[in-house]
Ligand binder design. Structure first.
Ligand SMILES: *[C@@H]1O[C@H](CO)[C@@H](O)[C@H](O)[C@H]1NC(C)=O
Ligand SMILES: *[C@@H]1O[C@H](CO)[C@@H](O)[C@H](O)[C@H]1NC(C)=O
Length: 236
């Protein structure tokens, strides 16, 4: 008699503990969701780059170095390092630091000029041409064509969108497209939003398909180094 009473008492305590554990978990989860929702409304305060300025810069790079992709890239990096003080934003001046980038089935090479928690600016392209899925991103993506053409479409469209040098292709957060960099194409890509959440898409092809470990290593090393160097000067 006494032992059954004890057993049911233990059972009651157990289910009470179980209930409390879940209340705590849900509490923590709601706090996290609230914090992220709040951060999302104030992320603009950490942006340094200005889209209209970058569009002008891409166009002036094309005008200053016609038929010379390296000249355009140099124009962009030189202008940015003169425009923004190194106390405000960290830029990677090493124009020889290129890595392959495989994502969404497309392949090219990229040079990371800037990477932080809320922004990145890269040169991306290939002299061969490539095609793939854009990915669905947590950032707005401003794709400035420097050389060649980029084509794109969304389901429902029966004609392609066509972007030529000097044009900017804006992919708002959450939008997905099929795109093709027809033959050779180089672009200056600027993304603003939550950059770390974009990284899984950038690494998925390497992990599941190319198994190009040196590229994966270098991409993580360079991206991590740039994000940390920016954090150290207070650039989120
Ligand atoms: C950088 O480029 C912008 C846009 O073309 C231009 O207005 C500005 O004068 C340039 N700044 C420097 C320091 O070259
Ligand atoms: C650029 O290259 C194209 C094709 O090769 C040529 O027709 C054009 O004259 C070149 N422009 C300049 C400014 O060198």
């Amino acid at each position: 008699m006494a032992s059954t009473k004890k057993a049911s008492k233990t059972k009651a305590t157990l289910s009470q503990n179980f209930f409390l554990t879940w209340v705590k978990r849900l509490g923590v989860l709601s706090i996290l969701v609230a914090v992220f929702a709040w951060l999302d409304t104030i992320k603009e305060r950490w942006y340094v780059f200005d889209p209209p300025f970058l569009h002008e810069l891409a166009q002036s790079a094309i005008a200053a170095s016609p038929n010379d992709t390296a000249g355009m890239i140099n124009h962009i990096v030189t202008n940015l390092t003169q425009t923004y003080p190194s106390t405000q934003i960290r830029l990677n001046p090493n124009q020889k630091e290129w890595v392959f980038n495989n994502a969404g089935g497309a392949m090219g090479a990229m040079y990371i000029i800037h990477a932080s928690i809320t922004e990145y600016l890269i040169i991306f392209g290939t002299p061969l041409g490539t095609e793939g899925h854009s990915g669905i991103h947590t950032a707005d993506d401003y794709f400035h064509i420097l050389v060649g053409e980029q084509w794109a479409f969304r389901p429902g469209a029966l004609e392609m969108e066509r972007y030529t040098p000097g044009m900017m292709h804006l992919m708002p957060r959450g939008v997905a497209k099929q795109y093709k960099m027809h033959e050779g194409c180089w672009a200056m890509e600027y993304a603003r939003g939550w950059i770390p959440l974009m990284l899984p898409f950038g690494f998925a092809d390497a992990i599941t398909s190319t198994l190009d470990v040196p590229t994966l290593y270098n991409t993580v090393r360079i991206t991590g180094r740039e994000i940390i160097k920016n954090l150290l000067i207070g650039k989120i």
